[in-house]
Design a protein around this ligand. Structure first.
Ligand code: NAG
Ligand code: NAG
Ligand code: NAG
Ligand code: NAG
Ligand code: NAG
Length: 334
C-alpha cells in the first residue's frame, strides 16, 4: 500500500515535470534591504531592476535570471550624479522603438526635483554603457518626479508627478521622441478623495499596463510616508486622445492597499513585467512590515496580476513574508 502511494505521487511528479510544471514557490520580498520605488524590465532572458538607492547619487541596475530574488543579482552603476546633485530617485527602464532608456529624478540646491533620461549604448545589453543625462522639460521649471512612458495608439506620452498646484498630481505631455517632450502639458489628475489624502494628498508613481486596447494607468495615492499609501487606477481606450482628461474613465480605487492580516503596509510605487514564458503579468512594488518604520524600510516585493472579465487588471491582496506563492510561469529554479 505504502509503495503504491509513493509510486503514484512519483508518477504525478514525473507527469508534472514532463508538462513543465515545477510547483516551485517563493515568498516576498525579492531583496532584504531598503529598496523603494522598484521597477523591473525584462530584456532577453533576464530581469533588470532599478530602485531608489540609499546613496541617492547612484543609478544601479541589478540583473537577475529570476524575478523572485535579486539577492545575488549582478550590479552595474549606469549613472552617477554630477557634483551638487542629489535625490536620484525612482529610476525606470523602458524600451522605446528598439532602444533602452532610463527615466529618473535628480535635484540640486537651487532647483527642486527635475526629470532626466539616459540611453543605453546597446539596447540588448543593459549592463553596458549609458549616455550622459538629458534633462526633460528643460523650460518647464516646476518640480517633477516619477516620470514614466505611456505607449498609446502608436504615440508615446510622458507622464509624471508634480506639486505645481500645491498637491502632488499627475501630468501628461506628448513625446517628440524618447528624450524630448513636446507641448501642451496637461494636468491629468489631482488627489481629492479621503483615501488619496491619508497623511497628505498625493498622486504619484504612475505606470502603464495595456490590455485589449485599453491603457491602464496604475498610480500611488496618499502620503509616501503613510501606511495607507495605496494604488489606484484610471484607464482610457486606445482610440481616445489621452491629452483630454475628459476622455479618461473615472478613478477606481484603492485597487491595492495595506493588508494588516499579513503585516504589509505602505503598498505602492508599482511597475509591471512579465513571467519568463510571457503568459503572466507580475507587479513589482514596495511595502513595509509595520506602520511606524517607513522611511528606510520600504522593501521590493512582487505579486501576480490577474484580469477581470472586462479586461481590467485584478489585483490580489499584498502577500506577507510568510505567504508562499507559486513562482512566475516558466521559472524553473529559485
Ligand atoms: C504539482 O502539484 C500538482 C497538484 O498539487 C501535482 O498533481 C503535481 O504532481 C505536482 N508536480 C510536481 C512536478 O511536483
Ligand atoms: C564602456 O565604456 C568604457 C570606457 O569608455 C569602455 O572601455 C568599455 O569597453 C565600454 N563597454 C562596452 C560594453 O561597450
Ligand atoms: C529627439 O529629437 C531631438 C531633436 O530633433 C534630437 O536632438 C534627439 O537626438 C532625438 N532623440 C532621440 C532619442 O531620437
Ligand atoms: C484592438 O484594435 C485593433 C485596431 O483597431 C483591432 O484590430 C483589434 O481587433 C483590437 N483588439 C481587441 C482585443 O479589441
Ligand atoms: C517595525 O519595523 C522595524 C524595522 O523593521 C522593526 O525594527 C520593528 O521591530 C518593527 N516593529 C514592530 C512593532 O513590528
Amino acid at each position: 500500500m505504502i509503495r503504491y502511494l509513493v509510486s503514484t505521487s512519483m508518477l504525478c511528479m514525473l507527469i508534472g515535470l514532463a508538462r513543465g510544471q515545477s510547483n516551485l514557490t517563493f515568498s516576498n520580498p525579492i531583496l532584504d534591504r531598503n529598496s523603494a520605488d522598484p521597477s523591473v524590465l525584462r530584456v532577453g532572458d533576464s530581469y533588470y531592476l532599478t530602485l531608489s538607492e540609499n546613496t541617492e547619487t547612484e543609478l544601479t541596475i541589478f540583473k537577475s535570471p529570476i524575478l523572485t530574488s535579486f539577492r545575488n543579482a549582478e550590479a552595474k552603476v549606469a549613472y552617477t550624479t554630477p557634483a551638487g546633485y542629489t535625490d536620484l530617485w525612482a529610476s525606470e527602464m523602458h524600451e522605446v522603438d528598439g532602444e533602452l532608456y532610463i527615466y529618473f529624478t535628480m535635484r540640486t540646491q537651487e532647483k527642486d526635483h527635475r526629470m532626466y533620461v539616459i540611453k543605453a549604448d546597446n539596447p540588448s545589453n543593459p549592463m553596458g554603457n549609458w549616455s550622459d543625462a538629458i534633462r526633460l522639460l528643460p523650460d518647464w521649471d516646476y518640480g517633477a518626479i516619477d516620470g514614466t512612458v505611456m505607449k498609446h495608439n502608436g504615440q508615446i506620452y510622458f507622464v509624471w508627478a508634480s506639486g505645481r498646484t500645491g498637491r502632488l498630481s499627475i501630468y501628461i505631455a506628448p513625446f517628440v521622441n524618447a528624450t524630448l517632450v513636446a507641448r501642451p502639458i496637461v494636468l491629468l489628475r489631482q488627489p481629492e478623495q479621503d483615501w488619496e489624502c491619508q497623511g497628505g494628498c498625493v498622486n504619484e508613481g504612475p505606470f502603464f499596463i495595456y490590455n485589449r486596447n485599453v491603457s491602464y494607468m496604475i498610480f500611488s495615492a496618499s502620503s509616501t510616508w503613510d501606511p495607507g499609501y495605496c494604488l489606484t487606477q484610471m484607464s482610457i481606450p486606445s482610440s481616445k486622445d489621452p491629452m483630454d482628461p475628459q476622455n479618461w474613465d473615472s478613478l477606481i480605487g484603492p485597487v491595492f492597499s495595506r493588508n494588516d492580516e499579513e503585516d504589509v503596509y505602505t503598498t505602492g510605487h508599482a511597475s509591471f513585467t512579465v513571467s519568463p514564458d510571457l503568459t503572466e503579468t507580475w507587479m513589482v512594488y514596495h511595502g513595509t512590515v509595520n506602520t511606524t518604520h517607513i522611511n528606510g524600510f520600504r522593501i521590493a516585493r512582487i505579486e501576480k496580476i490577474g484580469w477581470n472579465e472586462d479586461g481590467s487588471p485584478a489585483f490580489p491582496l499584498p502577500h506577507g513574508f510568510n505567504h508562499a506563492q507559486p513562482v512566475p510561469s516558466g521559472q524553473t529554479s529559485v
